[in-house]
Design a protein around this ligand. Sequence first.
Ligand code: PMP
Length: 360
Amino acid sequence: PMVYNFNAGPAILPPAVLAEAQAELRDYRGTGMSILELSHRSAEYEAINAEAQSRLKSLLGLGDEYRVLFLQGGASLQFAMIPLNFLHPGAVADYLLTGAWSEKALAESATVGEVRIAASTRAGGYREVPRRAEVALADAPAYVHLTSNETIHGVQWHEWPDCGERPLIADMSSDILSRPIDARRFALLYAGAQKNLGPAGATIVVARADFLDRAPDTIPAILRYATHAKADSLYNTPPSFAVYLILLTLRWIEAEGGIEALGERNSHKAATLYNAIDASTGFYRGHATPQSRSLMNVTFRLANDADEKRFLAEATAAGFVGLAGHRSVGGIRASLYNAMTIEGVNALTGFMGDFARRRG
Ligand code: PMP
């Protein structure tokens, strides 16, 4: 590869997907037009829309009781749409705080209605998810919201909280389709596409059909899930090129063996990097506690800012890009999304070992 891309998002995409998009770019299947130039009402786009929906559901093991929507506005718009649709007057929503993204989701919903913090690991610097016994849910909240993987802090849920019959909603922006999950546990899950699914510009929402229909008609049509479900994600012009690239990525995931195979590969990749961190005897220090470590975003520190600056500069010069931690927390972050290869991770740990020997 030209570089090893550890960006947090937009992020690395499978080279095979980019090559296929390139091959089809000037003339999509004999139409004489680029996919970029086709009407979203064309038979070609309708086919892309339908196949992407059904492949996503099948990869998640979901049937017709679930709907898939392709929306815009990023996961950030979902922070607002969720309470607008489901957090009605007199109701309360439970939020589980595990990092910067769940905090943002909470802040948006607090502008709409009554929210509770059902658990938070903020006091410890967001190094872990709460233990089951630390989660105190309301009896009948409109929903429970969690962030399955905190992209900035590098903290991931590995065992879901027990929510009983309460509708569970998850922001899966940075770990969707990275590991097998029981998707039926979720009333709604959502993700910006730009990490594991494709390019920026499309946001996927997967939700139980009966859950989607609960919005009051006092909110604008464009913000109601039911509007988009009824129109099959064609209520207004969809981000058609992004959805097309999502489809190519979903086909690639299937060809790679689906999320079971990718889950194994991702576990192996993350273990390789965490082992290198742990074996460095304190030269590199992981941020998250071992049981909550993210398999997607590996966050760690060096002894001081100067060492981290030097590490990042030398890494960039050696072809490892995107390793700077989020500007709000600093440190180092290596994002290991589905398209990152084990060779890329091995190259990084090789570089880290060399750097530690030179500087340690
Ligand atoms: N949630 C998580 C977990 C994220 O990682 C991000 C983006 N990095 C967002 C939400 C916000 O997504 P967007 O920029 O697509 O609105």
